[in-house]
Design a protein around this ligand. Structure first.
Ligand code: XIL
Length: 402
């Protein structure tokens, strides 16, 4: 919908309450706490929040209750257990989000480093934090070719791989089901199982090579979902991947065909996660393309999520223009997702720019190291809201930039 910005202003005062009234959510009283001490506030409103920017005093900006979770949508972030030890990080997470994804702590190498030896400690830290702050958790991830311990990579033969995969799924899901009832509500059962083989005729979708696909064939995906469902029939089960966010392209087509096949075969799958690691000027997908892609999964009866969104500024530079383009990109994609009834949640892949996984590669062009940073997230190093944050905030309020 388009924001009717003056809606509710007279009745509820200036600032975010008016915006959430605009989004049809008058009853939600967002928390009043500030996060960043020196926050610049929105430079431009792009047709949103006219009530705030027309004020001669900054009252509407400085005192507006500003949290993403107040929109009463599932808005999540990837977090680390180590990060939560920092009070500023923990406060930002608790105030801003209502869903968490452990960035690494639930991966196979973290949880089952040796065969049958499980270490839930760091994952438990995150799930307990979520539970204590009224949040849900996305379990990430059960079966993935990456961040596997060496002993899994070394398994040979279908029986050995099937036994290890079955035990892993059962033990991990049962642990969170029983220790934190109702907190982990969705699992990425299989992550990144598709790939594209490049060739003279263009790309051809293929199953990604992994110990699972090698030893069990492509049926490992259906098997994993069935084991997950049998272990906890009450949680949502997702397939998650990158490069499949738009309708076109070999990987996207192959993934849609694969997921359609699962649905047709009665495999217990509830949804598809689009990672959405993107850039400000990236048109793959634009918001219309993303909406069309979501719609075709929705037509299969599935839910959709943005599971790992970040918007790297390597291509534009992390200057003022880059920051505004980043804000537009967040606004348009988050608007597009929540514009679909099938969109269950949007998750950002991290909290502050310096904590982003993209920093490990920096910004490069070939062998050239560029003098800029990815700065892909919604908060800067001081936990102040960036223009990107406002793009998400406006999208959650139902206001899409033009
Ligand atoms: C990344 C983490 O962010 C990094 O800290 C880690 O070193 C590697 O994995 N797709 C996924 C995520 O599904 O699990 C990845 O997370 C990013 C790409």
């Amino acid at each position: 919908m388009k924001c009717s910005l003056w809606n509710g202003v007279g009745a509820v005062g200036f600032g975010a309450s008016a915006l959430f009234a605009c989004a049809g959510d008058e009853d939600t009283a967002p928390p009043q706490t500030e996060v960043g001490a020196l926050e610049p506030g929105p430079l431009l409103s792009y047709g949103c929040r006219q009530d705030e920017t027309k004020q001669s005093t900054p009252r509407g900006l400085a005192n507006a209750p500003k949290t993403l979770r107040a929109a009463d949508r599932q808005v999540g972030a990837a977090v680390s257990a180590a990060g939560l030890e920092d009070p500023a990080y923990a406060q930002t997470v608790a105030e801003q989000f209502n869903q968490l994804t452990p960035e690494n702590e639930m991966k196979w190498e973290s949880i089952e480093p040796e065969p049958g030896v499980f270490d839930f400690s760091r994952a438990d830290t995150i799930v307990a934090f979520a539970r204590d702050n009224g949040m849900h958790v996305r379990g990430h991830t059960l079966v993935w070719h990456s961040q596997l311990p060496a002993w899994v990579e070394a398994l040979t033969g279908a029986d050995a791989v099937r036994e290890a995969m079955t035990r892993h799924i059962q033990m991990v899901m049962a642990h969170f089901r029983d220790t934190f009832p109702g907190t982990v509500v969705v699992w990425d059962v299989v992550n990144e199982a598709m790939n594209v083989m490049q060739g003279p005729m263009g790309g051809v979708p293929i199953y990604r090579d992994s110990v699972f696909s090698r030893e069990l064939g492509e049926g490992f995906i259906a098997e994993a979902f069935q084991i997950a469902h049998d272990t906890d029939p009450d949680v949502l089960l997702f397939y998650n991947d990158f490069g499949v966010e738009g309708v076109n392209g070999a990987k996207s087509t192959g993934t849609f065909d694969m997921v359609s096949g699962l649905v047709a075969a009665g495999v217990p799958i509830d949804g598809i996660g689009f990672q959405m690691h993107t850039a400000p000027t990236d048109q793959g997908p634009n918001s219309a393309d993303f909406a069309a892609n979501s719609a075709r999964y929705s037509a299969l009866g599935l839910q959709v999520e943005i599971t790992e969104m970040d918007v790297s500024l390597c291509s534009t530079g992390s200057n003022v223009l880059g920051q505004e383009l980043q804000r537009f990109r967040y606004n348009s994609i988050v608007s597009s997702c929540f514009g679909s009834p099938a969109c269950r949640s949007v998750t950002l892949w991290g909290i502050t720019d310096p904590s982003s996984w993209l920093n490990s590669n920096g910004c490069t062009q070939g062998t050239l190291v560029l003098d800029t940073k990815p700065a892909p997230l919604a908060f800067d190093e001081a936990y102040a809201r960036k223009p990107a944050w406002w793009g998400i905030y406006d999208a959650l309020a139902g206001c899409q930039y033009q």
